[in-house]
Design a protein around this ligand. Structure first.
Ligand code: FAD
Length: 530
């Protein structure tokens, strides 16, 4: 008999909820977490300005009405410390820590056909068996570490946004360089600009950013709390797993709108702020004209905000459709470039040659710094799974996925029985409010485990045909969109050698839920159960 019914890898939002669900149902469950604390993303990413881009009334658990009522979010978009406090509260409230082993990294998983169990090996050398494994390892949990020549030679301090010192870093009066202008970079730059002595931003690709219009939310929170269950039901059927203040209403089609309505719709969405700008038109990521119109509106806002036209132009994204890369949400990011002590280096004009003992050599200019901040992103969606040696007989998951992930519903992969992924590749995942997608996957997996237990079954895996169909569906949906036109982390383009395929399922959370519910109701169609 296996040492555990279920082993969950990771103690972020996914792993914690998974543990709670399974324990309630009497499954012997153990969670293994590489870090020293619960929280996942929100434990590791303590960089200045770290903040969620989804509204806090949406970016929170929905599984317990009491929890919903008792927790009070203070702002429209919660900052990292508040989210981490919430996760810690959840861990304590449901007494989750006693089944979590911290500071322990899973390095290998090996499936045994004779017992239908996985052998789990940890970095410390522990080995134990488990019937099922649920990888709640996170989509953005393995950072890319670009090999900048000379990084070790730098005489100043180097800090990665994904592993910011817990005690913080005093940047007052320092000469600081930030490499990277994705979400983490933008948030860091905006937060540190008021205190540093000088700031140099090294930018490879400019980002589109929509203003957050963040504010306190006492009234909104009280209103949502009055009808939270209904509110969540609506969110679960939207495309992005969040309502964007529009309830269940679908955005209009671009071609149905006259010119002035298009402008007023963009103004309205921009005025509301946040990622929901990308919902201005239903076909914003389908119709190049719709996309260009929304992109041009956003570009014009940069020109309004940045005084120096040459700097504004460098900050203006032109090489990819808006929202085809993860958009950023900002609070005064572009205005930072109006400060006299802020300098922008466009790495397309002045390529980064090397890090030196005193600073950074880009083009022919060496600039001196006290601190270099690296905000260079993640090996998204597959990185954490690739980092584990997952094998069944002669096959490894890494090899199977070398040309891109192959999954059924983003939940399982044929040939790797009894192994589930929460928000895995080929599910809506990173294109959505992750909390909606996490809860859906955890509930779906839990229901399947109960289904197996009721039948005395010990093994489940997808049929190859079902998986092939799902892979084709995912790719076909992506090909209908403008997403593949951007060299984004959604495409694996930020990781050298990674196969470029569009990783998430792009038809939306609501459509995905209908498919996933249908498959479950049909007796887990496409899964082999034994
Ligand atoms: P994670 O929080 O990533 O947790 C996974 C855990 O697994 C980690 O603690 C990790 O240490 C552990 N782990 C991984 N591999 C192993 C192993 N081999 N052994 C043991 N432990 C392991 N999502 C949104 O919806 N909206 C946002 O605005 C948003 N902002 C984000 C900002 C940043 C900077 C980042 C990095 C992500 C953001 N996300 C956002 C995505 C975010 O990751 C999810 O919303 C959510 O927190 C994921 O929870 P999770 O539990 O699935 O994964």
């Amino acid at each position: 008999m296996a040492d555990h019914d279920v082993t969950v890898i990771g103690a972020g939002f996914s792993g914690l909820y998974q543990l709670h669900r399974l324990r309630e149902l009497g499954f012997d469950t153990r969670v293994i977490e590489a870090g020293p604390e619960v929280g996942g993303t929100w434990y590791w990413n303590r960089y200045p300005g770290a903040r969620c881009d989804i509204e806090s009334v949406e970016y929170s658990y929905s599984f317990d009405p009491q929890l919903e009522q008792e927790w009070n979010w203070t702002e429209r978009y919660a900052a990292q410390p508040e989210i981490l406090a919430y996760i810690r509260h959840v861990a304590d409230r449901y007494d989750l820590r006693r089944d979590i082993t911290f500071d322990t990294r899973v390095t290998a998983l090996e499936f045994d056909d004779a017992t239908n169990e996985w052998a789990v090996t940890t970095e410390g050398g522990e080995r134990f068996t488990t019937r099922f494994v649920i990888a709640a390892t996170g989509c953005l949990s393995v950072p890319t570490r670009p090999e900048f020549e000379g990084l070790d030679d730098f005489g100043g301090a180097t800090h990665w946004t994904w592993d910011w010192p817990e005690q913080g870093v005093d940047l007052t009066g320092k000469r600081v360089a930030v490499i990277g202008t994705g979400s983490s970079g933008l948030q860091t730059i905006t937060a540190i600009a008021p205190v540093v002595g000088s700031l140099t931003v090294l930018q490879r690709t400019p980002s589109f950013a929509v203003p957050a219009h963040n504010h306190t939310i006492d009234e909104l929170l009280a209103d949502v709390k009055r009808h939270y269950p209904e509110f969540r039901q609506v969110s679960r059927l939207t495309r992005g797993g969040a309502q964007c203040g529009e309830g269940a209403a679908l955005p209009p089609f671009f071609a149905d709108l006259d010119d002035s309505t298009i402008t007023s719709e963009l103004e309205r969405r921009w005025g509301n702020g946040g990622l929901c700008y990308q919902q201005s038109f239903f076909d914003l990521l389908l119709d190049p004209d719709a996309n260009e119109r929304a992109a041009e509106y956003a570009r014009a806002r940069i020109r309004e905000k940045v005084r120096d036209p040459a700097v504004a132009e460098k900050l203006t994204p032109r090489s990819y459709p808006i929202a085809a890369k993860r958009m950023c949400v900002d609070t005064g990011y572009f205005e930072v470039y109006n400060q006299d002590n802020v300098d922008l280096v466009d790495l397309r004009e002045e390529p980064l040659v090397r890090i030196t003992e005193r600073g950074i050599l880009a083009g022919e200019t060496e600039r001196e710094f006290d601190v270099i901040v690296l905000a260079t992103g993640y090996d998204a969606m597959t990185g954490a799974l690739d980092a584990i040696d997952i094998r069944h007989g002669a096959c490894t998951l890494r090899e199977k996925w070398a040309d891109g992930p192959r999954t059924y519903l983003g939940l399982m992969s044929a040939g790797f029985p009894n192994l589930f992924t929460v928000t895995g590749p080929q599910s809506p995942s990173v294109l959505s409010n992750m909390m909606t997608s996490i809860e859906y996957h955890v509930d779906w997996i839990t229901d399947l485990l109960v289904h197996l237990r009721e039948r005395g079954a010990v093994r489940v895996e997808p049929e190859v045909e079902a998986e092939d169909n799902w892979v084709n569906t995912t790719n076909d949906v992506a090909d209908l969109t403008l997403f593949p036109q951007a060299a984004s982390w959604y495409m694996g383009a930020n990781v050298p050698g990674k196969r470029r395929v569009f990783l998430p399922f792009a038809a939306g959370v609501g459509a995905y839920k209908q498919i996933g519910d249908g498959i479950a109701i049909a007796g887990y169609h496409g899964f082999e159960v034994a």
